[in-house]
Design a protein around this ligand. Structure first.
Ligand code: TXA
Ligand code: MG
Length: 319
């Protein structure tokens, strides 16, 4: 059984024993361990059933710690860190030799961010080491945005989840790497590309490639519910083509009235994309538990974090 608690003291005790715990961040919950403990990092990969070539994100308490993790940091990386940390931005940088290969999947780069959650920042302040943390879900499935999502996945294998409530952003961090000092987007996330462009100018997109994914979050099927899922600009029209028993729909703002609908999730009745993003995974978790024959999701406006929502819904449709 997993302990759900907001005790930082308990969290430290378990982490110092080289075990892993669930931690809250503003994006999604992470499965965290000491980056310097081979035992802890190994158990993260085992618990998540994640291939060890898929590297982890290092979580640090402030930008001051960045030089212990990365070297030869491009100017634009520093500008982005100064603008958005603590926050939902992960930078992929050249790694310091002290960062274990197990954490970086043998790469000479390391992914690093300062998460923006008061409990986890307080925890990092009191630890003598940074925390490696992938999202706390089995490889390929929907990321957790509540402590209960983590325990539903891992109640046999994770001793504790530090409970920080529902994640404010609800979608993973945006991942930026660098080519000759210029930013490249590896994964869309809860920091909008428009906000990044406002700081460093145009950025190159490199977010979809199944053959040689730089960030395996780029694999086209990812963030996926077990239930078959379709994405469409017109939910009502698509509904007309089905005669199945149980259909769930997921929409942005406006409820759809149709007798074929068994369950409906409306992500933001006021039409706020940030709110919709924060609700997306929890809504998918709920729909996925209903034994539906099909989930039909509505395509979101392709601006700001709406782009990220569409990216995740698109990946959820892949088999
Ligand atoms: O919001 C988040 O980023 C959450 C919270 C817990 O911080 N973490 C998260 O971790 O989403 P994870 O492991 O689920 O996704 C991290 C992604 C993976 O796709 C991984 O391949 C990529 O980051 N990544 C990590 N290190 C990398 C590196 N050196 N080069 C390229 N991609 C890297
Ligand atoms: Mg993940």
């Amino acid at each position: 059984m997993t302990l759900i608690s907001n005790s930082i003291h308990n969290a430290i005790t378990i982490l110092n024993k080289e075990q892993v715990i669930g931690i809250p961040t503003e994006t999604v919950y992470g499965l965290a361990g000491n980056i310097y403990s081979q035992k802890a990092i190994q158990s993260i990969f085992t618990i998540k059933q994640r291939p060890t070539f898929n590297p982890l994100i290092v979580h640090i308490k402030s930008i001051q710690d960045l030089s212990q993790i990365a070297r030869d940091i491009p100017e634009k990386a520093l500008e982005l860190a100064a603008a958005f940390w603590p926050g939902p931005l992960t930078l992929v940088l050249k790694k310091q030799s002290s960062i274990p290969d197990l954490v970086t999947g043998g790469k000479d780069t390391v992914a690093v961010r300062v998460p923006n959650h008061p409990l986890t920042l307080a925890l990092l302040e009191q630890l003598a080491y940074p925390l490696a943390a992938p999202s706390a879900n089995p490889f390929g499935s929907i990321s957790p945005t509540k402590a209960e999502h983590v325990t539903a996945y891992f109640h046999d294998t994770v001793p504790m989840v530090l409970d920080g409530g529902a994640c404010e952003r609800g979608i993973e961090s945006t991942i930026i790497g660098f080519e000759n000092g210029e930013p490249v987007v590896y994964r869309l996330g809860s920091l909008a590309i428009e906000d990044i462009v406002a700081i460093v100018g145009t950025v190159k997109m490199m977010t979809r490639d199944d053959t040689t994914p730089i960030a395996p979050g780029m694999l086209s099927r990812h963030y996926a519910p077990l239930t078959s899922t379709l994405l469409t600009a017109n939910v009502f029209e698509l509904l007309e083509t089905f005669s199945m028993q149980k259909i769930g729909v997921l929409v942005f703002q406006n409820e759809i009235y149709n007798q074929k609908i068994t369950a409906q999730e409306i992500l933001s009745p006021t039409g706020d994309l940030t709110e919709a993003a924060s609700q997306l995974y929890a809504a998918l978790h709920r729909l996925d538990k209903l034994n539906l024959d099909l989930i039909i999701a509505e395509r979101f406006p392709d601006v700001g974090v709406g782009k990220t929502i569409n990216d995740r819904l698109q990946r959820a449709t892949k088999k």
